[in-house]
Design a protein. Structure first.
Length: 426
């Protein structure tokens, strides 16, 4: 079935115009499903990650409603509230509204922590059409009576899984309790674990469900590889990859993921000392520092960005050709988010994951949720065959490239605390 083009959707002229200018012809799968439902006023439960086009999926119908029913917001209120887990993501969503709504008359502001609150209070004084906020600062300003949620018509909860991981459940519940009962609510999460579905049930009214699985979207454009190696070989292999990237003709940017903030700092510093232009972004850096680092990265001035999971959320940079998982994430969903930092906006991308002996367990969990075996890359000097073989023995069917079975308790051999030491070829 050929997808309906944007032109055929009942979107107003100022929105059609921007879509033409952006060269968006065909809605992405999540947009094709969500936009018609949202235009009918339905609540929505969406299972989708970033990179699927979900931001336009919710921003376009909201902008359409604001265009069709223009109204001066009351002081300190907002007609639309978008809650996002991090300031980066809030910034990204705000930017998308500005882009998609450039020919629609509407006002918007951002509210997030880590910066002074006075400009945010001033921006809210007259009321806005769209408020994009992180939960903590929003509640601060509500408690100080600078923001009033009683007039919200559209409520969007974005990246709920991440929001809960960051401990925002209580804050989210408090915010929801302040919303008027009559509203349209949209709820997006990359995973639908039982606690997330439970939360959705308390927020949404007879929601339509849309689900976009990662394998059919961004992930399939990403060339994923795993390297089995010793922990202290990670650094030289990373250098080899970065040197190859520096010689690439396009998509030269690389994001390197580290599990800890300290690790990210240390790695960025030592890469700089070895002559690579690298910087780190993580939660301990100020908003200004993070924005500066991101800006220099986008411009290619520091083509290597070492990041932690939380800091990299919402980073949407087209020219990222390579993602390196220097450490594998201990929560498997983070893997999908990390590799989704490459292959943005239709581009191709490569994601290389380093797996040392102590990370085999994490690799298994990741392969279970992505429902595939990540092809191994062993054409480098630090490959440890014994480690690769050990992992392959867990994979039902043996070798790399075969599919592990699912739902069957996952894994055999090698689990259950059995530990061996792997000293492979060097
Ligand atoms: P998101 O998942 O909302 O972060 O969007 C991922 C990327 O896809 C962004 O760079 C968007 O600008 C781009 N994008 C979203 N929808 C479309 C579309 N229908 N056609 C082309 N690009 C799109």
């Amino acid at each position: 079935m050929t997808p309906t083009p944007f032109e055929a959707l009942p979107l107003a002229a100022p929105i059609q115009r921007v879509l033409r200018e952006l060269d968006y012809h065909t809605p992405s799968p999540i947009q094709a499903q969500a936009i018609p439902l949202l235009l009918q006023g339905r609540d929505l439960l969406g299972c989708a990650q970033t990179g699927t086009g979900k931001t336009a999926g919710f921003a376009l119908p909201i902008l359409q409603a604001l265009h069709e029913r223009p109204k001066q917001a009351r002081p300190k209120t907002c007609r639309t509230l978008v809650l996002a887990p991090t300031r980066e993501l809030a910034g990204q969503v705000g930017k998308s509204f500005n882009t998609y709504g450039q020919y629609v008359r509407f006002s918007q502001t951002l509210v997030y922590g880590g910066v002074g609150q006075v400009p945010q209070i001033n921006a809210m004084r007259r009321g806005v059409d769209v408020l994009v906020a992180t939960p903590g600062r929003l509640l601060d300003l509500i408690d100080q009576r600078h923001i009033d949620l009683s007039q919200v018509e559209f409520f969007v909860l974005d990246e709920v899984d991440r929001m809960l991981d960051m401990g925002f459940l209580r804050d989210v519940k408090r915010i929801v309790s302040m919303l008027p009962a009559k509203r349209q609510s949209l709820f997006f999460s990359a995973t639908l674990a039982p606690n997330i579905v439970e939360l959705a049930r308390t927020i949404l009214r007879e929601p339509a469900h849309v689900s976009i699985m990662p394998e059919t979207t961004t992930a399939e454009k990403i060339d994923q590889q795993v390297c089995f190696l010793a922990r202290d070989s990670k650094r030289p292999l990373l250098e080899q990859l970065l040197r190859a990237q520096a010689g690439a003709t396009h998509q030269k940017l690389t994001i390197v993921f580290s599990r800890t903030k300290h690790g990210a700092n240390k790695l960025a510093k030592s890469l700089c000392a070895s002559g690579f232009a690298a910087d780190a972004i993580h939660g301990n850096k100020s908003q200004a520092q993070r924005e500066k680092a991101l800006d220099r990265f986008k411009k290619g001035l520091t083509p290597v960005l070492v990041a932690t999971d939380v800091a990299a959320r919402g980073v949407d940079v087209k020219d990222v050709g390579l993602v390196v998982n220097y450490d594998l994430p201990n929560e498997p969903e983070a893997y999908v988010h990390r590799i989704g930092r490459t292959a943005r906006a239709g581009a191709e991308g490569r994601a290389v994951s380093f797996c040392s002996e102590e990370e085999l367990e994490f690799l298994r969990e990741i392969e279970k949720i992505i429902r595939m075996s990540i092809p191994r890359w062993d054409d480098h000097a630090w490959h440890i065959e014994a480690l690769a073989a050990h992992h392959a023995s867990w994979r039902p069917g043996g070798r790399s490239g075969s599919k592990p079975s699912h739902g069957g308790g996952g894994g055999n051999g090698g689990g259950g605390g059995q530990r061996r030491s792997f000293r492979g070829r060097r």
